[in-house]
Write a protein that binds this ligand. Structure first.
Ligand code: DQA
Length: 145
């Protein structure tokens, strides 16, 4: 099984960005932790991070045929990117949405996810562990929404 791990705007700033919310560990630490977990789970993973909506969409469109599922933290795009939502729906891969923080317990604008209902599951508020759980979910197998 091959899983594409996608991260959106500002997730490259982990460790620097609002550490009280997102923690002190970096994006490199996140990649390392997911790689370690995937190896134990017997899953192949590839990573992509961009601060640009179009670049994320291009990457999914270019690469989806080589993957069995997607784990995505769209960052703030979660709350308004219908284009990213349409892309997830278009490629038809089971996708798990992850948020490091609990988006329901923060500002009002974060409560709405326009991507969640095209994903098989949303995991939030579990920090790095949410990504590991997402990998396990995809490994388990899930019906498309
Ligand atoms: C986030 C939550 C979003 O609201 C925010 O814009 C992010 C990170 C999270 O991982 O908790 O960039 O997706």
């Amino acid at each position: 099984m091959r899983i594409l791990i996608m991260n959106g705007p500002n997730l490259n700033m982990l460790g620097v960005r609002e550490p009280a919310i997102y923690g002190k560990r970096s994006y490199r630490d996140l990649v390392r932790e997911i790689r370690r977990h995937a190896k134990t789970a017997g899953v192949a993973v590839a990573f992509f991070q961009s601060n640009h909506e179009g670049a994320l969409i291009d990457a999914i469109q270019r690469r989806y045929r080589r993957f069995d599922g997607i784990v995505i933290n769209p960052g703030a795009l979660t709350h308004y990117s219908y284009a990213l939502r349409d892309c997830i729906k278009a490629v038809g891969l089971p996708t798990v949405e992850v948020h490091l923080s609990d988006i329901d317990a923060r500002e009002a604008f974060r409560k709405l996810s326009v991507t969640a209902d095209v994903c098989v599951k949303q995991i939030c508020g579990k920090g790095f562990a949410g990504y590991l759980e997402a990998v396990d979910e995809l490994k388990k197998g899930n019906d498309l929404p």
